[in-house]
Design a protein around this ligand. Structure first.
Ligand SMILES: NC(=O)C1=CN([C@@H]2O[C@H](COP(=O)(O)OP(=O)(O)OC[C@H]3O[C@@H](n4cnc5c(N)ncnc54)[C@H](O)[C@@H]3O)[C@@H](O)[C@H]2O)C=CC1
Ligand SMILES: O=C(O)CCC(=O)C(=O)O
Length: 527
């Protein structure tokens, strides 16, 4: 039974999927301190959060069973991603579910700024009927600058067109083609600051976007501009903004997010009549909360059940078509890595993976992760596909990936070579229609083995009677041989024998096999 801890008031309707899952037990908690979370997290396989809970390295270190942290939303700045990767914990988010909610809040903010609705409301309910102070501006024919043209920024741009606004956009990843389709003119941050009547930011907070609008930008800003931040606190320099308002450069600002949340009681935004604030409500609609909770629940179930998933933040995204091609090979890759890892002694210095056939047309990185995980997992605890590459790198294991288009016997082939200081071993496998996973080569020897059950890999000198000796020794020790294959290049030369047995070969029997003078190496391979 998987235990899932749901924090931060995530929508019950959205997580119904988890309540309904027969293999999942859900517990909901709110407002736990870091210490309180550390004290209980060891009981859980998955943790679901919004933005309030800080998932620190300490929390993850205490989460000995923790496989996945799910963020019901976009921004993962409350989760220590590097620590999660080191610890092999998958971090997933729900990037699509709250786009419209945040876009609509941005418009609510823009119109509130244009028409000073919150200020007018406050006065009116205070008993004043003031129709002179609150003369607003129209959005029509105004220039809107959108910094960050991703999901939310693009939706904002689309709606702005309906209001008759001219949209200028800045995003390093926005192509001219896409900008044209959206009806957006491209410009730099400074160009946009010079001409925009409204500026809204929709980027993540990164070292590049921190204080993207600060003193120098306010200096060149069009007088009377209005600024909106429904993305992340810190993208706009809060103190520089207050100064720009005081100097009459900025006519008003609307902020849903703050450099520190919640802001201190004496934060200068809180008593400034030109600044509208909301408590990080961008995603707070019934629809968005349900959407993100559904998305994150589906992904959590996939991860807990070892099924493919798509929204991992600490792993490269895998497009659905690539995943469809690669997924059937994940099991084979894992087994090749795991079996080969048991054939060698000493520290692995290099893993060479070679793909051929239909596997050459796609980005095979997710499959390589499975192979590396297989290689490492017999030696290291807690290896998974999230941290496999990181752990390999931290152990200075060189990973070489090759794609071979040369004609091969198989329509697809995955070949893995492990190198240590003293030896090098190869295992190759394929998926055969009607037969499934097969190992088709070990070192230089062609074989045909299903990678399952108990395998014995024996290196020996090709001499008459060896097969009989091995069979007799196993038989007298009650180890029944199910299949046996022998590979050799030349008569009397080096050869391998690979056997599948009905039960594991006891260690003392392996020791007896090793005593046979013709046998150079005996390895029991388990999966
Ligand atoms: N207030 C709230 O409750 C919510 C806030 N957000 C925040 O809104 C932001 C945007 O979310 P999405 O549109 O879903 O993300 P997204 O990933 O679709 O878009 C972000 C865009 O920012 C661009 N970008 C990155 N660095 C940039 C830079 N230096 N200059 C200009 N553009 C840059 C990226 O290329 C990308 O197109 C995120 O920070 C997210 O956390 C999202 C949902 C709710
Ligand atoms: O969960 C929330 O309400 C915050 C949403 C948010 O900031 C995000 O998705 O990045």
């Amino acid at each position: 039974m998987f235990k899932v801890l749901v924090m931060d008031g995530i929508s019950d309707m959205g997580i119904q999927l988890l309540y309904d899952a027969p293999d999942v037990e859900v517990e909901k908690k709110n407002g736990l301190s870091e210490d309180e979370l550390v004290a209980i997290i060891a009981d859980y396989d998955a943790l679901l959060v919004r933005s309030a809970t800080k998932v620190t390295d300490r929390v993850m270190a205490a989460g000995s069973r923790l496989k996945v942290v799910g963020r019901a939303g976009v921004g993962v700045d409350n989760i220590d991603l590097a620590a999660a990767t080191n610890r092999g914990i998958v971090v997933i988010n729900a990037p699509d579910g709250n786009t419209i909610a945040t876009c609509e809040l941005t418009f609510a903010m823009m119109m509130s700024l244009a028409r000073t609705i919150p200020q007018a409301y406050k006065k009116t309910i205070g008993g004043e009927w003031d129709r002179k102070t609150f003369v607003g501006v129209e959005l029509r024919n105004k220039v809107l600058g959108v910094l960050g043209m991703g999901r939310i920024g693009s939706e904002v741009a689309r709606r702005a067109k309906a209001f008759g606004m001219e949209v200028r956009g800045y995003d390093p990843f926005l192509t001219e083609d896409r900008a044209e389709k959206l009806g957006v003119k491209l410009g730099t941050v400074d160009e946009i600051c010079r001409v925009a009547d409204f500026i809204t930011v929709h980027t993540p907070l990164t070292s590049e976007t921190r204080h993207m609008i600060s003193g120098p930008q306010f200096e060149i800003m069009k007088k009377g501009a209005r600024i909106i931040n429904c993305a992340r606190g810190g993208i706009i320099d809060e103190m520089a903004l207050v100064e720009a308002i005081d100097q009459g450069i900025v006519a008003g600002a609307a902020f849903d997010v703050f450099e520190q949340e919640p802001p201190r009681a004496d934060h200068p935004f809180l008593n400034n009549p030109k600044i509208i604030v909301t408590p990080h409500l961008g995603a707070s609609t019934v629809e968005a909360q349900e959407n993100v909770a559904i998305d994150v629940s589906e992904e959590v179930l996939h991860i807990l059940r070892d099924e493919p998933f798509k929204n991992a933040v600490n792993m490269p995204q895998v497009p659905a078509n690539v995943l469809n091609t690669l997924q059937p090979y994940f099991g084979l890759g894992l087994k090749l890595g795991a079996l080969l890892g048991q054939t060698i002694d000493g520290a692995v210095s290099e893993i060479v993976v070679s793909y051929s056939g239909e596997l050459t047309g796609v980005d095979t990185a997710p499959l390589t992760r499975h192979i590396v995980k297989g290689v490492l997992e017999k030696q290291l605890e807690g290896v998974n596909i999230v941290n496999a590459m990181h752990l390999a790198k931290s152990r200075e294991i060189n990973i070489v990936v090759q794609q071979s288009t040369a004609a091969k016997t198989f329509t697809n082939l995955v070949s893995v070579t492990l190198k240590t200081k003293n030896e090098e071993r190869l295992m190759a496998g394929t998926l055969l229609s009607g037969y499934g996973e097969r190992i088709v080569q070990i070192d230089q020897y062609p074989v045909d083995i299903a990678p399952a059950g108990n395998l014995l890999l024996i290196s020996h000198t090709d001499k008459p009677g060896i097969i009989g000796k091995v069979g007799t020794l196993l038989g007298t020790n009650d180890v029944n041989i199910a299949t046996m294959q022998v590979g050799r290049k030349v008569i009397g030369g080096q050869a391998i024998m690979i056997l599948t047995t009905d039960k594991q070969t006891p260690t003392d029997v392996i020791a007896q096999l090793e005593q046979l003078p013709e046998l150079t190496k005996v390895r029991e391979l388990t999966l």
